[in-house]
Design a protein around this ligand. Sequence first.
Ligand SMILES: C[S@@+](CC[C@H](N)C(=O)[O-])C[C@H]1O[C@@H](n2cnc3c(N)ncnc32)[C@H](O)[C@@H]1O
Length: 336
Amino acid sequence: MADPARILLPFDDEFLNIPETGEVLYIRPPAFLPSEFSDFPHIVCEQGFKPFADRLTLDNITVVPQASGEFAMVLLALTRSRAENMANFARACRMVAKDGHVVVSGDKTDGIDSMLKKVKKIFEIDGVLSKSHGKVFWLKPTGPAPEEWEAALASSLNAFGYVTAPGMFSPEKIDVGSEMLTRYFDKSIKGAAADLGAGWGYLSRNVLEKCERITSLDLYEAEYAALEAAKLNVTDERAHFHWVDATTLDKPAEPYHTVICNPPFHQGRAAEPAIGVSFIATAARIMKPSGQFLMVANRQLPYESAMETYFKNWEILEQDKAFKIIRARRPLKRQG
Ligand SMILES: C[S@@+](CC[C@H](N)C(=O)[O-])C[C@H]1O[C@@H](n2cnc3c(N)ncnc32)[C@H](O)[C@@H]1O
């Protein structure tokens, strides 16, 4: 959501009052809440993306990965996933107390207009305001939203036999780059291993199936729902699951022999190679000097200088028009 203050417009313009009693739930808030949120005496944030959840927690805000129960008011910020947005709207209607308001804010590019159109067919809207290439609208739901809105986000088996849901990385088909990386899962992979940004578990399941000499595999993933799906997809008892911002990992007592990774390359809409660079730095920090880091990346992303910074040896094992596979060894000491 480009403008975190937009959701407060109906309060600023006195169309809505902050509930005096009962909790207010805010679904998918940004990492930083505008200071005016301190006027909300009891706010609970539902944020499944761990870096944002960590940031909100630093500001002493109560954060849960998945909310349940009843709330005096529910605020909802849209994400890029239309299915997630409709499902969250339906959940907001289900969780708001009788006569409580649901307030929705989103950018045009996140589909606020088409959502408003759909909602108007079911409920009476109490108000709409526009700001910063987006809208905020609010209503008192008079009943549940259509069942299929929430059902659209339910996990299901994809054509390749993995449990996934809309909104996750490549839910319907295996990412071509990830598949390319699995060709390098061989006998050289052993001992303790880690998967940075494990998603719903494609690389992890694959590496465990192919590499018997792995003794444990830590899956690190920031999106709560994706990690929950990974738990269903990766049932090997060597796997351990962590809802975490991988870029914050400390050097473990027992560093990893192998780190595998298809790093994220955007947050929101913009491509941000800086996130991939943080993943490379993390891999160097958490692995043994004798270990290896195996990564796939979009070919045009400039990770070579980061490899130079964080590893003594690295090579491009393969590249095609779209992807490159990089193997790095001997992390540089200054990263430890
Ligand atoms: C390109 S996807 C790869 C997913 C999976 N490994 C695969 O190959 O199908 C990158 C993953 O990193 C996750 N991610 C993004 N930021 C993260 C962070 N700071 N810490 C951990 N995971 C993160 C995303 O949610 C996404 O699942």
